[in-house]
Design a protein around this ligand. Structure first.
Ligand code: DLL
Length: 433
């Protein structure tokens, strides 16, 4: 099994910590001298770059949150003059101004490097044909994946998201063996493949490189089965670089973090105190090589845990557990905390359910209600009413017994719930509309 950068990906812990410490000091020194926002923050806390001499000193640094980026819209958090910026991306978000991120030439090279590690981790090499169906444009998915795939030398098909029939046609004609897109779009591709009567044996698809949204292990199994491929999870966020922050190897046992570039911490989301290895909390990153937009202790809101154990693949890079929820994804329904991923797992364990669902939260008087809308497989939907009622009861019971929450279940025909080429929307919270 190939490793893109064995020196960095298989380094012993002491050497990694030393490099991280040096790079951390350099980054802090740089932002202190080039960025008013961080200089002010550090001065308020009474610290200078000299206080940051080793990795352990990271906890002395201030946190950064998404609103800091919004408040400094569009470019005020950048740490280089605009003449050094060669690329801008932005993530739209649901409210207010987008979050803008900027890259220097060196940042683009770093991004290609971490994405080359990512693809190599997924077993992708220069003889592969990779179809990039992440959106190209301001979203970091398309171009981020593109540069990494070119770096490993694969033949890149920059098709972007959508245009599903064309995707499938090119897949067949070009002999695509790697697909990169969101997991929800992967499911849609599988569905269309069936509708268009495409003979799977004519396709060379071998592996999918999926990310940009949470997806459960049960969803992974569905995708692997329906597309007949290995489904690899990749994680990232625009603020830190885009895709390429962490990646699974072929063993699919946690995502290797490119920690020589992005130092992770897990903190308690309430007290912000660092948590020990293995405990779940909020993932926080400090970038230590980025020039355009270096960030100190950026709170991702993503919930996961870390392990420093060496992986079977030989990489020693710290691994994060597959991330299935964000602290701001959590719904509180009549006092019960629910993550959409928990409902997803419950639904996908019921054979008649399709992996397409939508959660609708409403308030009736003082009570919150959760309606779970889920598609039922064709062959069951045409069944008699009594059987559908029985199925509905089974789903309600499954959710009640695993989450302790009573919900209303609405069974709908296949293809009722909207499909998307990008990130799927699983929750409509009418309480906040
Ligand atoms: O989604 C970057 C990306 C593109 C990652 C393509 C992977 C593949 P943003 O639009 O800024 O960036 O969204 C970042 O998406 O904080 C997570 O909540 C979520 N996310 C990204 N990847 C995963 C994943 C891109 N593999 C936000 N599993 C992050 C779970 C993910 N959530």
């Amino acid at each position: 099994m190939l490793i893109w950068n064995e020196t960095m990906e298989c380094m012993d812990r002491d050497s990694m910590r030393k490099i991280q410490g040096i790079r951390l000091h350099e980054t802090v020194d740089r932002v202190y001298h080039n960025n008013t926002f961080y200089r002010n923050k550090m001065q308020e806390m009474g610290i200078t770059p000299d206080d940051i001499q080793s990795l352990d000193d990271i906890t002395k640094l201030p946190f950064t949150v998404k609103t800091d980026l919004r408040d400094n819209y569009p470019f005020n958090l950048f740490s280089v003059p605009m003449s050094e910026i060669v690329r801008l991306h932005a993530s739209s978000g649901t409210t207010g101004k987008p979050t803008v991120v900027g890259y220097t030439r060196k940042d683009i090279n770093t991004w290609s490097e971490v994405m080359a590690r990512t693809f190599t981790g997924a077993g992708v090499h220069k003889h592969d044909f990779i179809q990039i169906a992440y959106g190209y444009g301001l979203f970091t998915g398309g171009l981020g994946a593109h540069y990494g795939a070119e770096k490993v030398g694969a033949s890149v098909i920059p098709i972007s998201g959508g245009n599903t029939e064309k995707q499938l046609q090119l897949m067949e004609d070009f002999g695509t063996n790697v697909i990169a897109c969101t997991p929800s779009y992967a499911l849609y591709l599988a569905e269309m493949m069936k509708d268009m009567n495409i003979d799977r044996s004519k396709l060379k698809l071998r592996v999918g490189v999926f990310g940009a949204e949470p997806w459960t292990e049960t969803m992974r199994r569905e995708i692997e089965e329906r597309l007949g491929i290995k489904a690899i999870d990749i994680y990232g966020l625009s603020e830190i670089i885009g895709p390429g922050v962490s990646f699974e190897c072929e063993h699919q046992c946690g995502l290797h973090i490119n920690e020589d570039h992005f130092i992770p911490e897990i903190v308690d989301p309430v007290t912000l105190q660092p948590l020990p290895e293995g405990e779940e909390g909020e993932l926080v990153f400090t970038t230590v090589t980025k020039e355009g937009l270096p960030l100190l202790r950026y709170r991702t809101k993503d919930l996961t845990s870390l392990t420093y154990e060496k992986c079977t693949c030989g990489r020693t890079l710290v691994r994060m557990r597959k991330c299935t929820g964000r602290s701001d994804d959590m719904l509180i329904i009549r006092g019960v905390n629910v993550f959409p991923s928990q409902i997803e797992s419950a639904l996908l364990n019921i054979a008649e359910c399709e992996p397409h669902y939508l959660l609708i939260v409403e308030r009736e008087g003082v009570l919150d209600t959760l309606t779970v809308m889920v598609e039922v497989q064709e062959q069951f939907f045409s069944d008699e009413v009594r059987k559908l009622e029985e199925l509905k009861k089974r789903i309600v019971h499954k959710i009640q017994s695993t989450l302790g929450l009573s919900v209303t279940v609405k069974l709908v025909e296949p293809k009722t719930i909207e499909r998307t080429a990008g990130k799927s929307k699983r929750v409509i919270d009418k309480r906040t509309l």
